[in-house]
Design a protein around this ligand. Structure first.
Ligand code: APR
Length: 238
């Protein structure tokens, strides 16, 4: 690992155009389970498969059950940014990192001080009415009881991308632009299983594609450097 981390440290030292693309594995060291690891969310037993509950049609059909899952599994109180989040915020402040592109909805990159964060799947720290789109404080949704309702009678929903829903065009356009122009693209804590998010990394044209992930991913063979270690550990050394 030493030699690989030294190579990554060198890439970071030499560049002022780094882009980070991350997933749930960035937040596991903050106590938030990821989705597809053995102890991940999708391997926990629920009345319905979590991928079903986190879909647009399920939210419409059974909002009460959606909110039971949301409050029990998506909202984890007291979580703090970890060494990976903090180092990324430092690299941005040092003028080396241009953007964090994340699939996570936990807001931990912003909590760590990152300013340019593109949330491909939105955030559970924002809510709005599914009928009139009036914005609401997330508190009412994340810690209330039952199905939260807007003054117009519509159901209040999280500002996240549920399955069957499209990603935000503007966020995708900006993410592609950063990736296309990046000198160094560091991908961390993601199984690269979910599209269109995972497909965005195909826009990278450089020769410094780094993968920091505990397990193998379908993109390992395309990377210029692969480090199968804990991202917090690796980032504390670069
Ligand atoms: N350090 C490095 N890698 C880690 C760590 C860690 N501390 N912890 C977990 N990982 C790795 C796991 O090995 C796994 O490959 O992070 C990856 C997490 O993959 P997933 O659980 O599939 O999460 P993610 O890739 O973010 O899922 C993408 O799927 O369900 C949707 O919307 C959801 O955004 C999510 C998307």
């Amino acid at each position: 690992m030493e030699e690989k981390v030294a190579r990554l440290r060198e890439m970071v030292r030499e560049s002022d155009n780094i882009v980070f693309f991350g997933g749930a594995g960035v937040s596991t060291e903050s106590g938030i389970p990821d989705f597809r690891s053995v102890d991940g969310l999708y391997n926990q037993k629920w009345k319905y498969p979590p991928e079903t509950i986190l879909s647009h049609s399920f939210f419409e059909r059974d909002p009460a059950e959606y909110y039971r899952f949301h409050r029990e599994k998506l909202v984890i109180d007291g979580v703090k940014p970890n060494r990976a989040h903090l180092r990324l915020a430092e690299l941005e402040a040092e003028g080396k990192l241009r953007a964090v592109i994340t699939q996570n909805i936990d807001g931990l990159h912003q909590a760590a001080g990152s300013r340019n964060v593109l949330e491909l799947h939105g955030s559970i720290l924002r809510a709005y009415c599914s009928r009139c789109r009036r914005p609401y404080p997330a508190e009412k949704m994340n810690h209330g009881q039952g199905v939260p309702r807007c003054v117009c009678g519509g159901i209040i929903r999280p500002d996240i991308v549920l399955y069957e829903e499209p990603l935000d065009d503007d966020v995708v356009r900006r993410a592609v632009d950063y990736i296309r122009k990046a000198e160094v693209l560091i991908i961390g804590g993601t199984s690269l299983n979910v599209y269109p998010a995972a497909g965005l990394i195909n826009y990278y044209k450089g020769d410094k594609l780094v993968l920091v992930n505990l397990s193998e991913t379908p993109y390992d063979n395309y990377a210029d450097l692969v480090i199968h270690e804990k991202i917090g550990e690796v980032f504390s050394q670069i």
